[in-house]
Structure formats: structure tokens, C-alpha cells
Design a protein around this ligand. Sequence first.
Ligand code: ZN
Ligand code: ZN
Length: 410
Amino acid sequence: MKNYHNELEKYADLAVNVGINLKPNEGLIIGGNVSGLPLAREIMKKAYAAGAKHVEFMLGDDEMALARYENAKDYVFENYPEWKVNMLVAMYEDNYHHLFISAPNPELLKDIPGDTVAKDQKTASMAMAPAMKYRMTGRTKWSIVAVPSPDWALSVYPELDVEAAIDALWQKIFDATRVSENDPVEAWKIHDMNLKKYKNYLNEKQFDKIVLKAPGTDLEIFLADEHYWMGGSKESLGGDDFVANIPTEEVFTTPHRLKVNGTLKATKPLSLNGKLVDDFGFTFKDGKVVDFYAGKGKEVLERLMDNDDGAKYLGEIALVQDDSPISNTGILFNNTLFDENASVHLALGRAYAYAMQNGSDLTQEELEAKGANFSLIHVDFMVGGPEMEITAFEKDGSMVKLFEKGNWVF
Ligand code: ZN
Ligand code: ZN
């Protein structure tokens, strides 16, 4: 394997100083598995150099996660250890911020029954809600960066041996995250300004509806009342800009859950709980999925939409132009963090409260009354590509072209 010291140092700098934007006397939690260790060590240095009061590394392990699924009794998946929630809440209260190093194995759970995984995740997300609230309201700054795991690298480059696959994936990750550029931190500042430009334009306009057209797609999406477009860095309650996903290329907002009509064809496969869904699409009527197809993994989609009522409605629309560092890598990463940022996408399930005006101050009922969807799931799927045309309509019916041949027109 190559020596990545220089790139890892730049990547760590990006994670700590742009992703989290860690300030003196703040704490940092780093989560990751063994594939994340070399980057975590560099992050440790950057975090203390930035003035961290304490840095805690929390190790997870895929083999152990699998051992749990294969051996645990049923009741294990119905109970979440309360102390784990309390610990995280205590750390967030104590001004700790949370950096996740993702090194996924896309096929890890392929032999585990889908019901078990779904039940386990439902239990975990319900139990974790009090901690999640800190991140969703911006009280806790958080960021996700990714590094290759052997299985992930091989899923992208099945023709290579594992070392060569990891090298090849690293190169694509460095390109996609702008770490390959001379000064990634500066490159991100410029990129962030561009995203803010689109975001501010869309927020000023408060468009009534957006229409997506591409082969297999002809969809009319009304936006939620008082929707808010997000993009690039977010501002924490403490007033710091942080970037929750590195990379991010999207500007996104909240569709009106009951006002989506037409057909939609996904342009990239979707990896869901270690299972692949491919060649799929949906028909929407009054916001609800009334028909769908999938060349591969149809039952996975079916189970996803059976989670709860909201799982059959949209919770996000995100605009990403086709010409971006991620899309220009020319590969499918088999990883939503990257692939969703290569393409216009939509999400089934929960809307983000912060993608509504003053959303964090509203109750669930108030959000729903404005059209924001509620669900325990939020699953993105990709619909963009070089043929995507996007038009926006103002309330008086006047029309503005946003995307032509996959890219922003301005
Ligand atoms: Zn998104
Ligand atoms: Zn999303």
C-alpha cells in the first residue's frame, strides 16, 4: 500500500478545521473502525493542536457487529442500552462534538434477515432520539468523513487485488473531497461560497414547485410551506460553521409530503443495510408511492416502505449538478455519502426540521401541517444525470430554468 501521510494529514486538517470546526476547549469524539485508525491518529494531532480539551476515540468493529446479529437472542434487537444514550448526552452536554470516520462494508449484513436489521435499527433510532436531537438542532457539531475498508474497496474495484483496490479508492476519495488540491481548506471555503449562492437564491425566491424531467422521470414536486433551502456548512447554536458531510455538493429542502405527482427513475443503485437495490423507480400520487419497480432488490424497497406511514412519502429534494468532483471521478462509490453528492436526489422518509424556516423551534404537528414528512427512516436515492432538466415555478406561475443537461444554468 502507498504511503499517504501527506494526504492523511490534509484530510485530518479538513475534518477537524472545516468538518467540525473545533474550537479551543471543546471536546471531540471520533468514531471509527480499524480501517479508520491511520486517519484517526492524524485527527488526534490536529484536534489537540486546535485546542481540544479531550479527544475520545470510540472503536467499532464490523466482525463484532456481525457476531451480534448472528448469535444474539431476539430480545437483544428490542432493547437498546440506556447508558449508551446517557453517555452520549452527557458528552454532548459537556461540549463534545462528534466526528464519524465511516469505512463501511456494503455487503456485511447480506445474510442477516432484513426484518432483524430493520427491527434493530428502529430500536436504536428510537432510543437514540434524545442524543440525536443535539445534532439535529446544531447544539452539537458533527461531521462524517470516509476511508476505504477492504470490502468497500473491493466492491468498487472487484477486478483488483485488495491492496490495489484500497489504493485506487483512496485516490478517488482524495479527489472527491478536494484533498488532492493544494490547499483543501481554502478550496472548501470557495466551494462553500458557491453552495451558499444557490441556497440564498432559492431561499429568496421561495419557489412554489420544482419539476424534474429526464428519461423515465417526469415529476412535479411542490415544496413545503415555509421550506428552507440548506447547503454547504451549517451554523451551530454556538455560531460556528461546520460541514456535516465531507464531501457535500447538495442544496436541499423539504418537499410538500402530499403534493408530489408523476414518475421517477433512479439513476444509480441503492445500497440498503448491506443489500443492493438496482434498476428501480416509483410512481407518486398526492405525495404517496402508489407503484414501484426494481430489477434487483424489490423486496428490500418493499420492506423499507413498510417501516411506517411516512416511509412512502418524500422528505427531501436535493439539487446537485452533474459536473462535480465526485461525479467527475466517473465511478460509483457504492456509498451514499459520495453517490448522493454526485447526483440530484430525493429521500423517502423523514424531512429535516432545519430544512424548514425556524424548523427547530416547531413541533412535529406544526411541521406536518406545513407539509414536512415524518418517519423513522430517511433514505436517499439518486435520480440525476447528464440529461436532467429542472424547472422551478413561482407562485404566480412564472417559470425559471434551474438545470440544463444536468448542470446549473447560472
Ligand atoms: Zn441529501
Ligand atoms: Zn438525505
